[in-house]
Design a protein around this ligand. Sequence first.
Ligand code: PSV
Ligand code: MN
Length: 424
Amino acid sequence: MITSEEIQEHNIAHNVTHKRAFTHIAHQLADKGILVEEIIKSLNNFQVAIPSWALGTGGTRFGRFPGGGEPRSLEEKIADVGLLHQLNASSGAISLHIPWDIPDNANAIKALAAQYNLKFDAVNSNTFQDQPDAEHSYKFGSLCHVDKAVRNQAIAHNKEVIDYGVELGSKSLTVWLADGSTFPGQHNFREALMRTQDSLAQIYSHLPDDWTMLVEYKPYEPNFYSMVIPDWGTSHLLASSLGEKALSLVDLGHHLPNTNIEQIVAILMMQNKLGGFHFNDSKYGDDDLTVGSLKPYQLFLIFNELVDGMKNTKNPELSWMIDASHNLKDPLEDLLQSVDAIKIAYAQALTIDRAALKEAQENCDVAAAQSILQDAFRTDVRSIVAESRAQNGGALDPIGAYRHVNVRKRLIQERGEVTVSTGL
Ligand code: PSV
Ligand code: MN
């Protein structure tokens, strides 16, 4: 752990430069009638969950090049997220994946998370890998399988995941299915979807009243010809048929290139059916890259819709999470960059002159509408995000602080050079 004294020392060293930038932008926004305090208030309440499977080095189909000091247990994963939260004051939740993260003692795990001020975000089921002790194989699918015994095993697993989540105080189950077909003719599309719907309904019946079920969609996996839940429309269809507690989850990487994701966000929010996000960035497919590393404007446009939807629809509260893989960078640095990118896009979207945008839209003034959005996107809000972090005890420059006190070196000393973190 970094001590709070170390973070304060770091902040003092950076304070003069920070204050200069912050005062400048605060004045600029005030001239436009925007109060920087309001933006900070929204940022202060914004937490992005960290998935337990993103704390170690990821890989491609071809290989993995691990770094050292990766978390070897659930306890160490919690410690890593606690460290991120200390640095950025915005990563106050961890999302677990069962069976990778089965807690031996739920109370002890809960107490440990509380020590780091962490909550448990959505719990995730895994019916895309066969477990060593499993009676049935998911080779030909899980919730969609033609064999009822396989479906029942997958349903029972999801119910068990809910039970683990209840013990930890989680409030939602995220279902991502690698169910699909590899060759034309392999699936009867209609029947596969009907079986999936029926299986999900059985899982849904096990949800506590105050829980939600988040249904992911994805157009393809390498090697796949079809996916059972390929797009937001199918996810929405399932969520609608299941009931109020079922919502669609948008994973940014789960779209074909050039898909207008911001429009999907608007449509789902119009239906009060958007449950949350898995953030990442990509160029070609589900690349799982650092959020905002390739398409920051798209991220901003998504937040434009989110800010509008959060104000003007009855969409339930959203759950925010990163879902990325870190093949080259230190996973903790990568996650800090991702959370920062998300907060920057959010803060920029909060600076949009909405009244002027509305007027431009009503007047069909296309040039003005574009300028209003781009003016907000080109506003440098980094010092506002830094100010909100510092106000909550975090570091003005999280990666700078992380490097300054040699966190990775400390982790390697403690955990060793060759450590393997469970997960993808
Ligand atoms: C696979 O694409 C995936 O990234 C899904 O988005 C899940 O959320 C995650 O893996 C963990 O199962
Ligand atoms: Mn995902």
